[in-house]
Write a protein that binds this ligand. Structure first.
Ligand SMILES: C[S@@+](CC[C@H](N)C(=O)[O-])C[C@H]1O[C@@H](n2cnc3c(N)ncnc32)[C@H](O)[C@@H]1O
Length: 307
């Protein structure tokens, strides 16, 4: 699949996710939920978990920040929360459907750039650039170069997203940049790491929920539909099943084999909240200081969330 086809199918996947999430569960956000130990992992609690995630991210915005660029703003609900907390916010969204939803929600309060972040041409400068589970979709080098261009002096980048650990086996889907590659990219851009929190444990339950929905709902519904087609149009069924057998096998393995669970996510992914500050000058200082929020100084990825 070419890059642009891949990008298009991701955008459409997010659009479908947003429509279904809103219709069936009244969800506003497109990101994972944050599951503290005392919140039962149930479909009914997904909305609450997403709200906790939003609060968790916003609470980590450094003091003194006034202006924020929300990159990959989804339906605009994170931006809405930011506005409610008194920040000035602009948004970036390459997806026309989501950009439209965000525009309806935010009105004139924000400027929404409808384009890929990598292609953004903006005259404004920001104190913080936010990637709320959107960093995994971007070209890392282009994104960080764009941050250098759009940040005020000593501005911040806040990334909350998951990365692929250097372990054998795919597991937990295909998303996320390789963590080692990400560190390599950051070493070539003038940023200091100010905060690193590992929230893999608090986000992995999303995968168990998704796995449950796929196996308890989507699979039986798909099987019932396929039985109906086999009964009504046996020849059509045979042709389609044969022609697309590889794709069908792939989908079965990907979604219904129990490969995408919380356990495989914990093994193969690191879900991190990272805050970087742009250094006044000089490249290659990216892994300098590390200060975890509310905790003592630490090394990257070593801090577990406590809220
Ligand atoms: C998982 S959603 C997260 C949405 C929102 N930030 C939230 O937390 O609910 C990923 C977002 O990244 C956006 N995105 C994907 N590729 C992008 C790109 N190249 N530039 C900017 N945004 C992008 C998608 O349109 C989508 O809004």
């Amino acid at each position: 699949m070419s890059t642009s086809n891949k990008e298009l199918s991701r955008q459409i996947g997010l659009e479908v996710g947003s429509i279904c999430g809103k219709y069936f569960l009244d969800l506003d956000h497109l990101h994972y939920g944050y599951w503290p130990g005392d919140l039962p992992v149930t479909v009914a609690n997904v909305k609450k978990a997403q709200e906790l995630y939003t609060r968790f991210v916003i609470d980590r915005i450094p003091a003194g920040v006034k202006t924020i660029l929300d990159v990959g703003c989804g339906g605009g609900h994170v931006a809405k929360e930011l506005l409610g907390r008194g920040y000035e916010v602009d948004c970036v969204s390459p997806c026309p459907h989501l950009a439209q939803k965000a525009a309806e929600l935010l009105g004139d309060a924000c400027h929404i750039y409808q384009c890929r972040y990598e292609d953004l041409q903006a005259t404004s400068r920001y104190d913080l650039i936010l990637f709320c589970e959107s960093f995994q979709y971007l070209d890392m080098n282009q994104a960080m170069a764009k941050c250098e261009e759009l940040l005020n002096p000593k501005g911040y980048v806040l990334i909350c997203d998951y990365f692929r650990k250097d372990v054998n086996g795919k597991g937990g889907g295909s998303g996320g940049h390789k963590l080692a590659k990400f560190h390599g990219v950051m070493a070539n851009h003038p940023f200091d790491l100010m905060c690193s929190m590992d929230i893999t444990a608090e986000t992995a339950p999303n995968m168990d929920l998704m796995d449950d929905i796929m196996r308890q709902v989507v699979k039986p519904v798909a099987e019932a539909g396929s039985r109906l087609i086999e009964d009504r149009h046996p020849w059509l069924y045979k042709v389609v099943a044969w022609k697309y057998r590889k794709k069908i096998d792939k989908l079965n393995t990907k979604y219904f084999s129990g490969e995408r669970t919380g356990d495989s996510f914990r093994r193969t992914r690191a879900y991190l909240l990272l805050v970087y500050q742009m250094t006044p000058a000089g490249l290659g200082q990216g892994q300098g200081r590390v200060q975890s929020v509310g905790q003592s100084a630490s090394t990257p990825e070593s801090v577990s969330a406590t809220t």
